[in-house]
Design a protein around this ligand. Structure first.
Ligand code: ADP
Ligand code: MG
Length: 727
């Protein structure tokens, strides 16, 4: 049987694909009716809880006040009744371990009384606290394996929801996950701590600006998610995609993304059907999904919600990822969230839009039409500039994974150098301040299109810049280096913490300069921002982040260029950084260290799996195909010679050389893999980065050349062309 059977079967499955479910009908149930229908929302709480209990919960949610444990029994009973009306049989504490994924432990509402009759039970204690066995989650040495206790604690600020399955539903309760000693084992706990710290420092600044009615300050996050969709039949025929999330082999297709016809192009029918169902499911869960479009690479797309408070946005983002994976299957596709599933075409990121504000003063990063007069905005913006300059390495470390290394620094994603794009208008205002005082703001213009029937369009005061890792985009910053598959919690924790430290600094300076006298404020702000610009202005860069010149210039400015994960992660473990996290009670020294260990370990594990796959696939899939073709060519050569024909051996010679290369390179990779001399985890990671990874790449080069030579019917791996273009 020819080796290409699996490919042919995959293609025939793709072409004969039929939808498996009834079409959705948005006429019957409108988006408005669907939205939040599976959420135990503030409205649902208000309708179902006694007034006093509701008030108490609302205080915790809105003002961040301590949760009153006495309300738990009442809330639990209301939540249980609501969930059972929605068909729930079980409840689950959902938590976010350091793997970056979502974990859940389900328990049924079932209890039995003394006569053996069944009851539906859900106590306040069961709502507030869970106790999953924690020993199988990464903890970076915080606990020994025999100390298995871990606790989940109800996060009342993120609403509970119902997860549907065709055979029943489950009440899901977002929780924080901590060890027996109270140390964070998850991504939510430090996020909540960092939000608490940010609130304290931001309030000080608002008070300096004379505000008295100040509600809780929160960071907002709007994560744009990029992803690939390919047919599941191809996915299962590629062990590399299945087990490592990316293709470790695959020659560049004759056609890639050079026509630039994919971005914002018409969405294929099956993909659009998938998107509609995903969105419908997410509406039910109260996730405000808003935008969908084709992305730059073939088979690449994007989904973006409306921004929300960072904690809720983070939980919702996890739901977006899991929902996409689940619904893709229903439509016969696999959703790839890896940062670089296909070499040679764009990878996927998760642009993290970030701002700070509250319900009383609004968005602190809204410059208005005359930013040079908007001193409060300038102060918050300057604080962020200072934070990003001081802690660029830390921000870089927050997005450091083996997968994201393939993306950062390639000319499709922001470089690994962290700089800030401010845009023409703001860069000008800050430059004026640096030189002594800002007198004007460049005006927004009107766009002339030259067609009378088209309306005049207002034009922004500056253009956008796609090459910047940290760009100001009108009323927020956009952190573009975040990876598509990672939880946004990590980057948010770091952003919140470094901004908190800057706000603390700014508040202290302004408080001592004004001593409560509002007349001194403008002068103090001018002096403060001037100083910040002198010390930290080097982080501002409005040019082309992809250019060679910028790499040189950035080095001159002393901006770190941490190219890989092994360069970046150590930046998270310096004394300055552990002190910073301790000072604002976001992470203890032990928590920081354990996290670093986990991230380095994850890097090693990823590369170990990938290199195992490279060896296995090269030996059992690629080499056999090449040898079969060698055999066919050799047989043809002998026959032709027997018949007295001249027959060129060029193809056979070339093939034989490539086979030899492949064998040599696989042997070299195996040798690198067998190395066990590393003294520390970081050493081990460096070995993977500098020795194993290039050896894997060398094997791939030979294999990809073979793909261009071996008869197509003998090649069993689906090709890039097929995976990216057959939809
Ligand atoms: P882009 O043009 O950058 O691709 P999108 O519309 O795809 O823009 O996504 C922009 C994201 O930024 C959305 O999630 C949006 O809700 C979010 N966003 C808008 N304003 C803010 C803000 N003030 N703070 C945080 N996120 C915001
Ligand atoms: Mg977008």
């Amino acid at each position: 049987m020819s080796g290409s059977t699996s490919r042919l079967q995959a293609i025939s499955a793709v072409t004969s694909y039929k939808p498996i479910s009834e079409p959705l009908n948005f006429n019957e149930t409108s988006t408005q009716a669907l939205f939040g229908s599976n959420v135990f929302s503030v409205a649902a709480m208000k309708a179902r809880l006694p007034k006093e209990v509701f008030k108490s919960l609302k205080k915790t949610i809105d003002l961040g006040e301590k949760l009153d444990p006495n309300v738990a029994d009442i809330v639990a009973a209301a939540m249980r009744d609501w969930a059972i009306e929605k068909g729930a049989t079980h409840y689950a504490h959902v938590f976010y371990p350091l793997t970056g994924s979502t974990a859940e432990k389900h328990d049924s509402f079932l209890a039995t009384d003394s006569e053996g009759a069944a009851l539906a039970e859900f106590s306040g204690k069961a709502l507030i606290q869970g106790e999953p066995d924690a020993s199988s989650f990464p903890n970076g040495g915080i606990r020994a394996t025999f100390e298995a206790r871990g606790y989940t604690a109800w996060d009342v600020t993120s609403p509970a929801y119902i997860l549907e399955n065709p055979n029943g539903t489950t009440l899901c309760i977002p929780t924080a996950f901590v060890s027996w000693t109270g140390e964070a084992l998850d991504k939510k706990t430090p996020l909540l701590r960092s939000m608490q710290a940010l609130n304290v420092q931001a309030q000080r600044i608002l008070r300096v600006f004379g505000h008295s009615n100040i509600s809780r300050v929160v960071p907002y996050a709007g994560p744009e998610q990029e992803y690939f969709l390919i047919d599941r039949n191809f996915f299962f025929a590629r062990p590399d995609l299945l087990h490592s999330g990316r293709s470790l082999f695959g020659a560049k297709p004759p056609r890639g993304q050079e026509f630039e016809d994919q971005y914002f192009g018409a969405i294929p029918e099956r993909v659009l059907a998938f998107m509609l169902e995903c969105e419908r499911e997410l509406y039910k869960l109260g996730v405000p999904v808003k935008t969908r479009h084709n992305e730059v690479a073939p088979a690449q797309y994007e989904i973006a919600p409306i921004y929300e408070s960072a904690n809720v946005a983070t939980d919702h983002q996890q739901l977006v990822m899991s929902t996409m994976k689940r619904i893709a299957q229903k439509y016969g596709m696999a959703c790839l969230l890896h940062e670089k599933p296909f070499a040679g075409v764009n990878g996927s990121g998760k642009h993290l839009n970030y701002s700070i504000g509250n319900s009383t003063q609004g968005n602190f990063l809204d410059p208005g039409d005359t930013p040079h007069e908007n001193t409060q905005f300038l102060v918050f913006c300057a604080a962020i500039i200072r934070a990003v300059h001081k802690h660029g390495a830390l921000l870089r470390a927050s997005v450091a994974t083996a997968a994201n290394d393939h993306r950062l620094g390639a000319n499709e994603a922001p470089p690994a150098i962290i700089s800030i794009f401010l845009g023409e208008q703001l860069a000008d205002v800050f430059e004026q301040i640096r030189k002594g005082g800002a007198k004007s703001s460049k005006k927004k213009g009107t766009l002339t299109i030259g067609v009378d029937t088209l309306p005049p369009l207002p034009k922004d005061a500056g253009d956008r810049n796609r090459t910047s890792p940290f760009a100001f985009t009108g009323n927020r910053f956009e952190f573009r280096a975040v990876g598509s598959g990672q939880s946004i919690a990590g980057p948010l924790v770091i952003l919140n913490t470094i901004v908190t430290e800057s706000l603390d600094y700014v508040a202290t300076e302004l408080e001592s300069a004004t001593k409560g006298d509002p007349k001194k404020l403008n002068g103090a702000v001018q002096k403060l921002i001037q100083e910040i610009m002198e010390k930290h202005g080097a982080v501002i860069f409005n040019g082309d982040g992809y250019s060679e010149a910028w790499h040189k210039e950035a080095a001159k400015r002393g901006l770190p260029n941490l190219k890989t994960t092994v360069d970046a992660i150590p930046a998270m473990g310096t004394k300055e950084v552990t002190d910073l996290f301790s000072k604002y009670k976001v992470l203890s020294k032990r928590e920081v260290e354990s996290r670093n260990d986990i991230y380095i370990e994850q890097y090693c594990k990823t590369l170990n799996v990938e290199s195992n796959l490279v060896v296995k696939m090269a030996k059992t899939i690629i080499l056999p195909a090449a040898v079969r073709y060698q055999d066919q060519l050799a047989a043809a050569y002998v026959k032709m010679k027997d018949l007295g024909y001249e027959f060129s051996t060029e193809t056979l010679d070339n093939l034989t050389n490539l086979v030899k290369d492949l064998e040599d390179r696989v042997a070299a990779l195996e040798e690198k893999k067998a190395h066990h001399g590393a003294k520390s985890l970081l050493d081990e990671a460096k070995h993977y980065c500098y020795e194993v990874l290039p050896a894997m790449q060398a094997v791939r080069e030979s294999a990809d050349k073979l793909e261009g030579v071996v008869a197509d019917d003998l090649w069993s791996l689906p090709t890039y062309q097929e995976m990216l273009f057959i939809k």
